[in-house]
Design a protein around this ligand. Structure first.
Ligand code: HEM
Ligand SMILES: [Ca+2]
Ligand SMILES: [Ca+2]
Length: 301
């Protein structure tokens, strides 16, 4: 029941306002665009693209998905409110936070040199955050490729689309906490030795201080562009996460990795297709859920 331009009658400027905000935020803090892409993954794969991720923890109420270990390193949630406020000013209680997650990801992808994606709208917002089951949906960075593929398959994302989605790791960063197991006490033998040296420089100790935000960039060559450099990197065993390395070597995914490494245009096509699959996972429509006034809170009534 999602459709192209769902707000054409109720809020014709909605998509334009969201895009304007995404561009403005990008110009101030480039990494907001990166966050919008990760938000789409972490929201949509957990039950539904329903903005369950955006609810914040409330005493004797919601326990936020943001508190899950899987949400480690997620940032810029406060700027979602900036987007929502701009939309509310034009059309109060009309545009869902779930659609803001989807459209900001689409516009973020475009800002990061990725493909232009035609996305449907009409999602409604959950009244719950599903903190206790996040780990049943979002794989860990060192899970097996079989588990990763099954988690994506469960939401209708096929193997090639999964390979394409991981291409989002062509931008952004990984904190040392998620890397050190590949560096200490001994260097993971699948890791390119020169790259391992670089990572050890970025993450000099096996037990990084959780308060010192030490991290390495996913893609040294084009850190702010969603391009196929990710696939070139992982084929050279310069992936950061265990799942990145596995993607390049597993016989089910390796042929797709090779194709995407060889052809950026092809990667962008598959990435578009995959983002659409992800963004249409099990939406709330009709009278399900609600349109939140503030993306952080369930409406009061
Ligand atoms: C098996 C699937 C995946 C796993 C295990 C995974 C895991 C991770 C981990 C551990 C980080 C680093 C967090 C940190 O240390 O700060 C990360 C970053 C990131 N992931 Fe994934 N990811 C997966 C799939 C995806 C998908 C499908 C997307 C989007 C389509 C995505 C987008 C991102 C982005 C954009 C970042 C960088 C965030 C930033 O710099 O703020 N990931 N991911
Ligand atoms: Ca969700
Ligand atoms: Ca890149």
């Amino acid at each position: 029941q999602l459709q192209q331009n769902y707000y054409s009658e109720s809020c014709p400027k909605a998509e334009e306002i969201i895009k304007q905000q995404v561009v403005q935020l990008y110009n101030k803090h480039g990494n907001t665009a990166i966050s919008w892409v990760r938000n789409l993954f972490h929201d949509c794969i957990v039950k539904s693209c329903d903005a369950s991720l955006l609810l914040t923890t409330v005493r004797r109420g919601v326990l936020s998905e943001q508190t899950s270990e899987r949400s480690f390193g997620m940032r810029n949630f406060k700027y979602v409110n900036t987007i929502k406020e701009a939309v509310e000013q034009e059309c109060p209680l009309t545009v869902s936070c779930a659609d803001i997650v989807a459209l900001s990801a689409r516009d973020g992808i475009a800002m990061l040199g990725g493909p232009n994606i035609e996305m449907k709208t009409g999602r409604r917002d959950s009244k719950e955050s599903y903190a206790t089951v996040v780990e049943d949906f979002i794989p860990n960075h060192n899970d097996s490729m079989s588990l990763v593929l099954s988690r994506f398959q469960a939401i209708g994302v096929d193997i090639e689309a999964t390979v394409a989605l991981l291409g989002a790791h062509s931008v952004g960063r990984v904190h040392c906490k998620n890397l050190v197991h590949r560096l200490y006490p001994t260097v993971d033998e699948t890791l390119d030795p020169a790259h391992a040296e670089y990572l050890q420089r970025r993450c000099p100790t096996p037990n990084p201080d959780p308060k010192a935000v030490l991290y390495a960039r996913n893609d040294l060559k084009t850190p702010m562009i969603i391009d196929n450099n990710y696939y070139k990197n992982i084929l050279q065993h310069k992936g950061l996460l265990t799942v990145d390395e596995e993607l390049a070597t597993d016989p089910r995914t390796a042929p797709h990795v090779q194709k995407m490494a060889d052809d950026n245009e092809y990667f962008h096509q598959q990435f578009s297709r995959a983002v659409l699959l992800l963004s249409e996972n099990n939406p709330l429509t009709g009278d399900q859920g609600e349109i939140r006034k503030d993306c952080r809170y369930v409406n009061a009534n």
